[in-house]
Design a protein around this ligand. Structure first.
Ligand code: ZN
Length: 291
């Protein structure tokens, strides 16, 4: 059994219900989540990264309570998601002011609590272009990244605009080795994924089990090929559960799916233990600055 695993892209709590007009998108199922997290602990998980941020229901009290109830280490993020989920302050404040807020979350603590943000993200873009407000968030994130040295984790919409995100951050002086590209597997395009890896960024297979977006067989094929080609030190895995219906009690795949179902699929096709450890243990620890 692999130990010391991190779930690198999750939402301990999130609320997109208003914008999506669907109460299922309000993940506030504390007790069910707690039970599933306790199961994760039995499966070798020690850390969960909550990439909810300002405007989509980030809740430091909720997360700290979950940490206490489960004994997992839960890491939190700062920043703003994407349109139409950006709060008013993204319009109202300057880039420098937004960056300052992110830096304070990282250095001082979130919402007056002792818990600090460890990552910037998930900051995101849509399908066609980066909007002006999304660019503003990326500009602020670049300043905060360079000031603090923490990683930026992004959201791409079905994998689109990966290179545009990297171009934008690179032009602002961000080291692309400090960038994690989210959801890019959903492009379904392996050569595109490799072209992103070649620029130094981490690529996250973070919607594992969401077969309506991309069949897991394809994810397995991609990961197997990428590991064989030596990329496992730049790959990450998570399930990105955001809805009540994603939880096992509510009929969904549940958090344990990654370990109980997907990892065995990778082993089945010959992905090596050392590669699995890179993706599940070593890469996240490097990103989170864990010794
Ligand atoms: Zn996302």
């Amino acid at each position: 059994m692999i130990k010391d695993i991190t779930y690198i892209h999750e939402h301990v709590t999130i609320d997109l219900s208003k914008e999506k007009n669907n109460i299922d998108c309000k993940l506030d199922t504390f007790d069910i989540t707690k039970e599933e997290f306790l199961r994760l602990k039995e499966l070798g998980v020690t850390r969960v990264v909550d990439v909810s941020n300002v405007g989509i229901g980030r809740d430091v009290d909720y997360v700290m309570k979950m940490e206490e109830a489960t004994g997992l280490n839960i890491y939190m993020s700062t920043g703003y998601y994407k349109e139409p989920f950006l709060p008013k302050e993204v319009e109202e404040l300057s880039v420098e002011e937004l960056a300052k807020k992110m830096i304070d979350d990282i250095k001082i603590g979130i919402d007056g609590k002792t818990k600090c943000a460890t990552l910037i993200g998930e900051i995101g873009t849509g399908f066609e272009i980066m909007t002006e407000l999304e660019k503003k968030v990326f500009q602020a994130a670049a300043i905060a990244q360079k000031t603090t040295g923490v990683f930026i984790t992004t959201h791409t919409s079905l994998g689109k605009l990966g290179h545009e995100q990297l171009d934008f951050l690179e032009n602002l002086g961000v080291d692309l080795n400090k960038v994690i590209l989210g959801h890019v597997a959903l492009s379904g395009d392996l050569s595109y994924i490799k072209s992103l890896l070649k620029r130094g960024a981490y690529v996250e297979f973070d919607t594992i089990g969401k077969n309506n977006y991309l069949p897991d067989e394809t994810r397995v094929d991609f990961i197997k090929t990428l590991c064989e080609e030596g990329w496992s030190e730049k790959l990450l895995m998570s399930v990105d559960l955001t809805r009540r219906s994603h939880l096992k009690t509510n009929g969904g795949i549940g958090y344990a799916y990654l370990i109980e179902t997907f990892v065995p699929m990778l082993k089945e096709v010959g992905v090596k233990e050392s590669d699995l450890k890179n993706m599940l243990v070593e890469n996240p620890k490097r990103i989170l600055g864990v010794e």
